[in-house]
Design a protein around this ligand. Structure first.
Ligand code: DON
Length: 319
């Protein structure tokens, strides 16, 4: 159709055709079956490898979706981006930068070595060490209150009440010895002031919140919109916090492949091991995708392809 022709000739089909475009992208990649579903959290292995949803949310409030955009999955590491924004909003740019950092580690997201190599500094909020240190800074006078603030905050980004997947929470709680070790190590370095196991519990709950590809698009569009949810009109965080968060996502949102991602796609983004990706086009909108088959770095294969195609077709590359 019109979209395929426009993309193949290098002209941009533009926002007028975005409804057609999300369907074109979905059709184009739906039968791709590269990559493997994550299994290190046992219950994630049960995900339907064929599930695939693509959604674009505009800062003007327009929603364009194709495929399984209403299918629930646990948000996993994508929560790190939004908890980081909430903590920056509460404590300010400098306090969080000092404690958590904004530089890439070059190592895997659950690396203990990265922490040891950097004298216990987590380096950035998108690896597990930095995310644990960030969650520990969440406002609240008890773990229950911190968890409630995480859930309410992420729900405001999504524009609807998000629920915990109890099965994912229990499955991860039973197998997250590594995160518990990282949290204990952070405590030994003075990077966590609270009981480390309590912090891991709040973090595990945060990762177990259920979202859809559509939620991811709306959450991302809120960051694209300077912190105002384009559907509800709710101001969730400030414009400055959005800039901080998007800068961190640009440099560290796609694990060890963040540089390559920025080079090829040119958008700040965050992925999670359950197969979600959110990519943000500042001022314009966001793309939320869901497809559980992952590449070796832990990024959804079809999600990356679909986002790349949309970024090119809509001219979203920020560079
Ligand atoms: O802590 C974990 O291993 C999972 N809850 C989240 C992992 C994930 O999505 C990748 N992390 N950047």
């Amino acid at each position: 159709g019109e979209v395929e022709q426009a993309v193949s000739t290098g002209s941009l089909p533009g926002w007028g055709l975005v409804d057609e475009l999300v369907h074109v992208v979905h059709d184009r990649y739906r039968s791709h079956d590269e990559g493997v579903v994550a299994t290190y959290i046992p219950v994630l292995a049960d995900a339907d490898p064929g599930a695939f949803g693509v959604c674009v949310a505009e800062t003007s409030g327009g929603i364009h979706e194709a495929g399984d955009t209403g299918v629930d999955f646990s948000v996993q590491s994508i929560s790190k981006a939004f908890v980081y924004a909430l903590v920056c909003e509460a404590l300010g740019h400098e306090a969080v930068r000092e404690r958590v950092g904004v530089n890439n580690t070059g190592l895997g997201f659950s690396s203990v070595m990265a922490l040891e190599l950097n004298e216990g500094h987590p380096m950035n909020p998108m690896v597990n060490a930095g995310a644990l240190a960030t969650t520990a800074m969440m406002p609240g006078s008890s773990f229950a209150e911190q968890w409630e603030n995480v859930r309410t905050g992420l729900s405001r980004f999504a524009g609807r009440q998000l629920a915990l997947d109890g099965e994912v929470y229990r499955s991860e709680s039973a197998t997250n010895m590594r995160n518990k070790a990282i949290a204990r190590l952070l405590q030994s370095y003075g990077r966590i002031d609270l009981d480390p196991l309590g912090v891991v519990d709040v973090y595990t709950r945060q990762c177990s919140l259920l979202v859809t590809a559509r939620d991811l698009a709306v959450m991302g569009a809120t960051l694209a919109d300077g912190g105002v949810n384009p559907l509800t009109g709710d101001r969730v965080v400030s414009g400055q916090v959005c800039r901080d968060t998007l800068a961190v996502l640009a440099s560290t949102g796609m694990y060890e492949r963040s540089g390559e991602w920025l080079f090829e796609i040119g958008l700040p983004a965050k992925s999670g091991v359950s197969g979600g990706i959110v990519a943000v086009a500042p001022g314009k909108g966001a793309i939320g995708t869901f497809s559980p088959r992952l590449d070796p770095a832990g990024n959804s294969v079809r999600g990356q392809r679909a986002t790349g195609y949309l970024s090119r077709a809509l001219g979203l590359n920020v560079f």
